[in-house]
Design a protein. Structure first.
Lengths: 349, 338
């Protein structure tokens, strides 16, 4: 009796194993064939990760977009650090998803893995930053090298093409900083009567930017314009001017738009022009990855700055400021996330 | 038992002559050298500045420099205590970040400022206590213990804020950093008051003797019935407390919620202390030296900013001057004349 049971058990087990092998083989065959696509594609989202409010909004928008499209979004947390993101990226590639969205934190470090993913037939959408290779499916990015040009031109005009300009830099060697600087210097090199006073690099830190700007202001120079690489640098510059009691605060450009920067500019009546580096563009990143996963053709580059909702902002800026949200809110996030979703990531006052 | 308590009775009866001599020597010539060299270097630098960068002496610039010195000064005084007992604290920046988050978040919930300040200080003390206990009782290397603590605090901040540290710095806190007596900000007065108390404690008090003794030779300290555990723990607790105080003042100075606010202060406070003659090996250094290191570092940063040099050149110059300063200091300290 016991042996009979054992024999039946063995037969059943054999059948189950055979069925599993067939199912696995089918799944592998479907998964690796370039033409066949699953109804629910899996998108690996290798994010900047839990690090700041920009990333929190980027992630929330990406999740919602994937949900709306009916895609399965598998999240990989880069923890705001290129060295921590690298193993996450490699793990994501090993799972062979239908497509990947990568927010590169290391322009050089991420190049090899992205190229390997492409060689393995995984479409890769780069979101908000580049790598040192053109082996990717699509790049969704505000292009600071071109977007900063009209901002710098606007600032030069406001300065009447002369005087001292306080410059607070970003992070030396960082891809976005390099692009920012390209556009800025391309314009300022044309105007010989504008003297760029280098205040140092803020490394995307508000407190460092404020310390540098406060020192430059205290030197007694009367700046006719100020430029900060990124939102943190501009916040630091404006805060330093406010605390030093200097009025009027000279015109400013270079900030990426946050509600906090808009508030400071409006409260202190500063003429300012800003660049959009919207976390809400992860919507475009995920949509592009979804299309690629479904075998559709996608553009090699999508310049976010050229989309009407993500263009540069010029005065009057009052219409963009949303007092119901905190300083960390980025313009455009509420076009994707509902009020309760914004509240869940601490953006509603 | 790891500290001197177990051997106390034995040590009391047979306190060796060498140990007494060791304790007596804590305040002699060597400490004078470690203090005099950075002060001398600072005076020379001040004279050179008057010639080459006269903007440096503008009252506005000195006010800004004093604001910045007060924050780094308070953190460095805490770091000094930990370095004196042969440790290191890499969690000061994280404590400063946490302080900012506490103040901003509690302000959002309309909690009284005094409550958030007390809570911030308690957090600093708590972090210092855990660091001290890990190092003293569990023998965890100070570098590892405080680095682990840094990761824990940063992680806790991210879990709590979800990466969005929303809130504002209360307006009533801001005068601490922005206002003052003449060009001297209140924050610097607080820093100097702490420095004075610490200077007195280290130079004249029993506590100072114990700190130097534990840093120079924990073994000898145990033999003369000094509880090395309590001395080390107290140093870490003070360091955590000072980091929280610096975090509060920095929040008042910046006036904006910046989740990376304390990031630079781990290395800056260690660098300032070392430039000011505090030894990594423990038992050597002074309050005056550490504060001179602070002034030296920030004045250097101030001057390169005023000079409007290329940022890459700024980094090279800062690094080179620091290396030269530390090398000269080490050379003078070891020279036969000394």
């Amino acid at each position: 009796m016991f042996r009979q049971h054992l024999a039946i058990g063995r037969r059943a087990r054999g059948m189950v194993i055979t069925a599993a092998v067939i199912a696995l083989a089918t799944a592998v065959a479907v998964g690796t064939s370039s033409g066949a696509r699953t109804a629910t594609p899996t998108i690996a989202f290798v994010s900047q990760g839990t690090s700041n409010s920009w990333a929190a909004q980027l992630d929330a928008v990406a999740r919602k977009t994937a949900n709306r499209l009916g895609a399965k979004l598998v999240y990989y947390n880069g923890q705001g650090d290129a060295t921590k993101q690298l193993p996450e990226l490699q793990t994501a590639i090993a799972t062979h998803p239908d497509a990947m969205v990568v927010v590169p934190l290391g322009q050089a470090a991420d190049t090899g893995p992205v190229e390997r993913a492409m060689s393995a037939g995984i479409p890769v959408v780069l979101c908000d930053s580049k790598i040192n290779s053109d082996k990717y499916t699509s790049l969704v990015n505000p292009n600071p090298a071109t977007a900063t040009v009209p901002l710098a031109e606007w600032l030069a005009k406001k300065m009447h093409y002369k005087g001292d300009l306080l410059y607070i830099g970003g992070l030396p060697g960082n891809g976005t900083t390099i692009l920012y600087d390209q556009g800025f210097h391309q314009v300022m090199n044309k105007y010989k009567n504008i003297h760029v006073v280098n205040g140092g690099n803020a490394n995307y830190s508000i407190s460092t930017a404020k310390q540098l700007a406060a020192t430059a202001i205290a030197s007694g120079k009367k700046f006719t314009g100020t430029w900060g690489v990124g939102g943190e640098a501009v916040t630091g510059i404006l805060q330093a001017y406010v605390d030093a009691g200097v009025k009027p605060i000279p015109p400013n450009a270079g900030a990426s738009v946050t509600n906090g920067n808009l508030r400071l500019v409006i409260e202190n009546k500063v003429q300012a022009a800003m660049l959009q580096f919207p976390p809400a563009d992860s919507k475009v990143c995920v949509e592009t990855a979804y299309k690629a996963a479904m075998g559709q053709k996608v553009p090699k580059e999508i310049n976010i700055s050229k989309l009407p909702q993500y263009g540069n902002l010029y005065p009057p800026l009052n219409k963009y400021y949303k007092p119901q949200y905190t300083d960390d809110y980025y313009v455009g996030t509420d076009a994707v996330l509902s009020k309760s979703e914004l509240a869940a990531i601490h953006l509603v006052k | 038992m790891r500290d001197g308590a177990g051997s106390a009775s034995l040590a009391k009866n047979e306190q060796p002559h060498a140990a007494r001599a060791f304790l007596a020597g804590w305040g002699s010539g060597s400490r004078l050298r470690v203090t005099a060299v950075p002060i001398g270097a600072a005076l020379i630098a001040a004279a050179l500045l008057a010639v080459f960068e006269s903007d440096f002496y503008r009252s506005q610039n000195l006010h800004v420099l004093m604001q910045q010195c007060s924050v780094l000064g308070i953190v460095t005084l805490g770091q000094l205590l930990v370095l004196l007992v042969g440790g290191i604290d890499l969690s000061v920046g994280a404590v400063m970040n946490a302080t900012l988050i506490i103040i901003a978040v509690m302000n959002r919930h309309h909690t009284q400022l005094a409550t958030s300040i007390v809570l911030s200080l308690c957090l600093g003390v708590g972090v210092g206590l855990v660091n001290g206990l890990l190092v003293s009782l569990r023998d965890v290397p100070p570098f590892a213990a405080t680095l682990g603590m840094l990761a824990c605090i940063q992680g806790a901040i991210l879990v709590y804020t979800k990466g969005v540290p929303a809130g504002n710095i209360p307006r009533e806190l801001r005068p601490v950093a922005l206002d003052g007596v003449g060009i001297v900000p209140y924050s610097l007065i607080i820093c100097l008051a702490i420095a004075l108390v610490l200077w007195f404690a280290l130079r004249r008090g029993t506590y100072g003797r114990k700190i130097y003794a534990v840093g120079r030779s924990p073994e000898v300290a145990r033999r003369v019935a000094i509880s090395t555990t309590s001395v080390r723990v107290s140093a870490y607790v003070m360091c955590g407390l000072f980091a929280a105080m610096a975090g509060i003042i920095l929040s008042a100075y910046v006036g904006y919620v910046d989740p990376t606010i304390g990031g630079n202060y781990n290395l800056q406070s260690i660098a300032a202390a070392v430039v000011g003659g505090v030894a990594f090996t423990g038992g050597e250094g002074s309050v005056v030296g550490a504060l001179t290191g602070v002034v030296f570092l920030l004045a250097l940063l101030n001057v390169v900013t005023l000079s409007s040099l290329n940022p890459f050149m700024q980094l090279i110059i800062q690094g080179a001057v620091m290396l030269v300063a530390v090398s000269v200091f080490q050379f003078l300290k070891k020279s036969p004349a000394n």
